[in-house]
Design a protein. Structure first.
Length: 118
């Protein structure tokens, strides 16, 4: 009985693999979905405004993360930092990795998360 308890404790004490294995296409899809779903959670009106700011009424297919940062800053003004945190947490939760510190921009943070996946 004691051996099985010890084995269970050792399993819990093991550190998870730090590298999450996803391919680049899957990563990009996770980022796009996280951005859209995070903005949609706030409200569909904001999603429409966000997409119109990006000039992509049919959704984000290929986008520049720098444009996303600018769109979030424009749509949410001083609350954009909170929205960027939500997006970052959504990405990390989907990838099952520890949340990252939000860097100077969402773009830099996503690039840092991307580099930790490969």
């Amino acid at each position: 009985m004691r051996c099985s308890t010890l084995a269970q404790k050792q399993k819990l004490d093991r550190k998870p693999d730090r590298k999450t294995r996803v391919d680049r296409r899957e990563f990009d899809q996770i980022v796009k979905t996280s951005i859209l779903e995070s903005v949609r959670m706030i409200g569909d009106d904001y999603l429409d405004l966000f997409l119109s700011f990006l000039q992509r009424k049919n959704g984000i297919r290929g986008f520049d993360l720098d444009d996303v940062d600018a769109a979030l800053d424009s749509v949410f003004s001083r609350f954009s930092i909170a929205v960027k945190h939500v997006i970052m947490f959504q990405i990390c939760a989907t990838l099952k990795i520890e949340p990252q510190k939000l860097l100077k921009s969402l773009e830099w943070t996503i690039q840092e998360i991307r580099s930790s996946c490969w």
